[in-house]
Write a protein that binds this ligand. Structure first.
Ligand code: C5P
Length: 222
């Protein structure tokens, strides 16, 4: 394994933005593991399949097109809900495991480290991660952030609908039997409710930097 920063947390907690900023700061590769589940869901929906069907979802995981990770289509609420459905299916998680472990073992571009954000990175994908963060914020603040994000994409939604969807997705992610969303015992909790992005990044850096710098020094020595 390379040096790994695992960033898990609730929907719209800011974990993706923080993971990207940490990767840029340390010169590490970044993977948004949620995109893998969203791409799986997109493949199922485009094939007119049922995201709750194991056969359809597994086919989606096996045929997902990673080149579409930047496609705004995967950010829609419909795909978000379907991604949580496919993510509850053990065969789908197994199918996506190798890609994630390979990324952490050999980060692209020969980078010495990787930052991966998701729901089970510190608990299942990489329990031995160098540093682990669990990002959360109040549901109302997260709903406001997601609503603003959607508005900027010209998608008009009622804020209470966005809140209801976030709560439903978190409840599903936390209660599923396989790889549920939870804070790893050795993860540091970062609550971003009252923090802007710069303050949240400073707090995240303060939590991980001694572990990551120590691992980088060990690598240079070794
Ligand atoms: O992070 P994002 O909101 O894009 O993730 C979409 C969905 O993918 C989540 O609601 C969750 O059900 C699933 N997911 C997961 N494990 C991960 C990342 C995402 O189950 N590591």
């Amino acid at each position: 394994m390379s040096i790994v920063i695992a960033v898990d947390g609730t929907a719209a907690s800011g974990k993706g933005t923080l993971a990207k900023m940490l990767a840029r700061h340390f010169g590490f590769a970044h993977l948004d593991s949620g995109a893998l589940y969203r791409l799986t869901a997109l493949a199922v929906l485009e094939a007119q399949g049922d995201p709750a069907s194991e056969a359809d979802a597994l086919k989606g995981a096996q045929t997902l097109d990673f080149n579409r990770a930047g496609d705004p289509a995967i950010r829609s609420d419909i795909v978000g809900k379907a991604s949580s459905q496919v993510a509850a299916i053990p065969a789908v998680r197994d199918a996506l495991l190798a890609f994630q472990r390979d990324f952490l073992t050999r980060p692209p571009g020969g980078s010495p480290g990787a930052v991966m954000d998701g729901r089970d990175i510190g608990t299942v994908i990489c329990p031995t991660a160098t540093a682990k963060l669990y990002i959360d914020a109040s549901p109302e603040v997260r709903a406001r952030r997601r609503w603003t994000e959607l508005k900027n994409m010209n998608i008009r939604r009622a804020e209470q609908d966005v809140l209801a969807e976030l709560n439903a997705r978190d409840a599903a992610d936390k209660s599923r039997p396989v790889s549920p969303l939870k804070q790893a015992p050795d993860a540091d909790l970062l609550d971003t409710t009252d923090l802007g992005i710069d303050a949240a990044f400073a707090a995240a850096l303060a939590l991980v930097s001694s572990k990551v710098e120590g691992a980088l020094k060990d690598r240079h020595r070794g």
